[in-house]
Design a protein. Structure first.
Length: 140
């Protein structure tokens, strides 16, 4: 299989195998009017198998959402056909409107305009708690 290189855009590399479509949905890449390649189950010396997403346009990425889904993703910024920047993600300390509180009594359920805010309560394994009602959310 041959996937062309990109001249200007972003490559999301080192995505855990099987998570590319979750990232595609979370970043709403289907709303973009550019070429996007989702490549699944690529052989990797480091990871065994991995996924890749190539976006043939410079866009703003929600780094918190990406870090929450998979903090091992590497973001490669390509300009003029060359790698100009490489970003490593980390687990975000706070998430705003990335996940939703499941507690039916939480203020965010009754008041739709209130932001969904979760704070990191534990690093390993990652555990987030709602800022309003303390309901736990664990990303597995």
């Amino acid at each position: 299989m041959n996937i062309d290189s990109i001249t200007n855009g972003i490559v999301l590399d080192h995505i855990q195998a099987g998570r590319a479509m979750q990232i595609y949905t979370a970043l709403r890449l289907d709303e973009l009017d550019c070429t996007i390649a989702v490549i699944k189950n690529v052989k990797s010396r480091k990871m065994g198998r991995k996924d890749l997403i190539k976006i043939d346009e410079m866009i703003d990425l929600d780094l918190d959402a990406l870090g929450f889904i998979d903090q091992n993703i590497t973001i490669n910024v390509i300009r003029g056909g060359r790698l100009v920047e490489k970003k490593q993600l980390r687990l975000p300390g706070e998430l705003v409107n990335v996940i939703r509180c499941k507690n039916p009594r939480c203020i965010t359920t009754a008041e739709q305009e209130v932001d969904q805010v979760f704070r990191l309560a534990r690093q390993t394994p990652p555990l987030y708690r709602c800022a309003y009602c303390e309901t736990a959310y664990q990303n597995l």
